[in-house]
Write a protein that binds this ligand. Structure first.
Ligand code: F0G
Length: 456
């Protein structure tokens, strides 16, 4: 059968409020042309993020009812810890309220003011958490990631030669940790190959530098390896995941992605001494080590979600449904990052709106137009997000100007995606009339969340 079906039935629904175009024009103006500032109920299809927006299963909801809310040593903690240890293979498991809390604790322990932290591409909270303690995040994406149109299967890889050079030039003393983000969210949601993870691990180990994986979308990444990396066709996805983590010394995880949870995360390693110090910080900022920043019921939901996300029928549907959107856009000649990643579709706003200069934020304009056209909420990943250097106060065009349409897990159906495709093509037809933006108010750090804009 060629028809993609959602491998689940819908048991509970959440009505969507439909709005008119003129209402949306007013709403986005009132939100200062920043989709983050809209009320969610004024959005028809919310593709702002795949984080914390998944639909949980009947099993996960049932498990939540079993949540043991004991302060210390709850049953739910052991279920959570055992599941994490089984899939990720690390001895030390530290529960946090979301991924960035794990980053905050890890970098607070390892990063010093002169430190350099390489990553294939840092996610914005990862970057900010390193900068917050005075370190310098360095992105080392592979060369193929520059070519938006190339169909290379593992464009999320790290540039191995660049990593070797950095380690050689700066020396292991200045590099407290090497990270690889799977999948590479800030570079098109592209996967990282097992071969690349193995190489990064080899370099890290020979230099004596800890190697951590930012594991948010580990199951999607593992399934890309199964589909596209020779030798893994017949390996169960859970074993691919185990192998990925076997090369690392630890991981940070946001359970809001590939664990289907609405909140939660964890930090893992095999270093008992480090973990003890991390637990001291955990107690100050998150909670007791057997619940961290979560309720017992959250621990239960994650334990179920981590198993469900590795179901290959689910993963097959997940990757196919993202590819469905990307292939139709390619077919219509609309510029989009290819090949399709796992959790999101990334429109190339610079080529979609070539008459808008990068410093007039083509990604922001496109995102605003998708809202006006059809009530779709997306996020700019470009010059608004990355163009401003808070230290120098200077602004320059980001590497790329993309608009990310992140697809919440098990939430929208194929007809919702057809609606999204129609909306994009309607904006494409009137693209020459779309205007650029200027920022009228913005904070210094992470300005994309709260900046206010005007149309030029
Ligand atoms: N790392 C990556 C690769 C992420 O994509 C995110 C979050 C985090 C870390 C932080 O996790 O939100 O649980 O604190 N990404 C979301 C997104 C917010 O929309 O891509 P968190």
């Amino acid at each position: 059968m060629k028809t993609i079906i959602e491998p689940f039935r819908i048991k509970m629904v959440e009505p969507i409020k439909l709005t008119t175009r003129s209402e949306r024009e007013e709403l986005i103006r009132a939100a200062h042309f920043n989709p983050f500032l809209l009320r969610a109920e004024d959005v028809i299809i919310d593709l702002l993020t795949d984080s914390g927006t998944s639909a949980m299963s009947s099993e996960a909801w049932a498990a939540m009812m079993r949540g043991d809310e004991s302060y210390a040593g709850a049953r739910s903690w052991y279920r959570f810890r055992d599941t994490v240890q089984d899939i990720f293979g690390f001895e030390q498991v530290i529960p946090t309220h979301q991924g960035r809390a794990a980053e905050h604790i890890l970098f607070g322990m390892l990063v010093k003011p002169d430190s350099i932290v390489p990553n294939n591409t840092h996610f914005d909270t990862t970057r900010a958490n390193i900068e917050f303690v005075g370190g310098k995040p360095v992105d080392l994406p592979c060369r193929e990631s520059d070519d938006i149109d190339s169909d290379e299967p593992f464009k999320g890889n790290m540039d191995i030669a660049a990593l070797e050079q950095l380690v050689e030039e700066k020396g292991p003393e200045r590099i407290p940790v090497i990270m690889v983000t799977v999948t590479n969210n800030s570079a098109g949601g592209q996967p990282v190959s097992m071969a690349n993870i193995r190489e990064v691990s080899r370099i890290a180990r020979s230099a004596g530098i800890p190697f951590y994986i930012d594991a948010c979308r580990f199951a999607e990444n593992a399934f890309f390896i199964k589909r596209n990396e020779p030798g893994y066709e017949n390996t169960p996805t859970v074993d691919i995941a185990r192998e990925m983590f076997s090369y690392a010394d630890g991981c940070t995880m946001s359970a809001k992605k590939d664990a289907f949870a609405n909140i939660g995360g964890f930090l893992c390693s095999n270093d008992a001494e480090l973990a003890q110090q991390e637990r001291n910080i955990l107690i100050l900022s998150e909670g007791f080590p057997t619940y961290g920043g979560m309720a017992g019921r959250d621990l239960e939901a994650i334990a179920v979600g981590l198993r469900e996300v590795l179901d290959e029928h689910y993963l097959d549907y997940r990757l196919l449904s993202t590819r469905y959107v990307v292939e139709r856009l390619v077919g219509a000649g609309i510029p989009v990052v290819t090949p399709a990643g796992g959790h999101a579709v990334y429109l190339d706003a610079r080529r979609f709106l070539p008459h808008i200069a990068p410093l007039e934020y083509p990604g922001q304009s496109l995102s605003v137009e998708l809202y006006i056209e059809a009530g779709i909420r997306s996020v700019e990943i470009g010059t608004v997000m990355f163009g401003f250097d808070p230290r120098s106060g200077e602004e320059k065009p980001a590497h790329l100007d993309l608009v990310r349409l992140a697809i919440p897990r098990r939430v929208y159906t194929q007809s919702h995606m057809d609606y999204v495709l129609e909306a994009i093509s309607l904006v494409w037809q009137r693209r020459r009339d779309v205007r650029g933006m200027k920022i009228v108010k913005a904070p210094k750090f992470l300005r994309h969340f709260t900046a206010e804009f005007e149309q030029i």
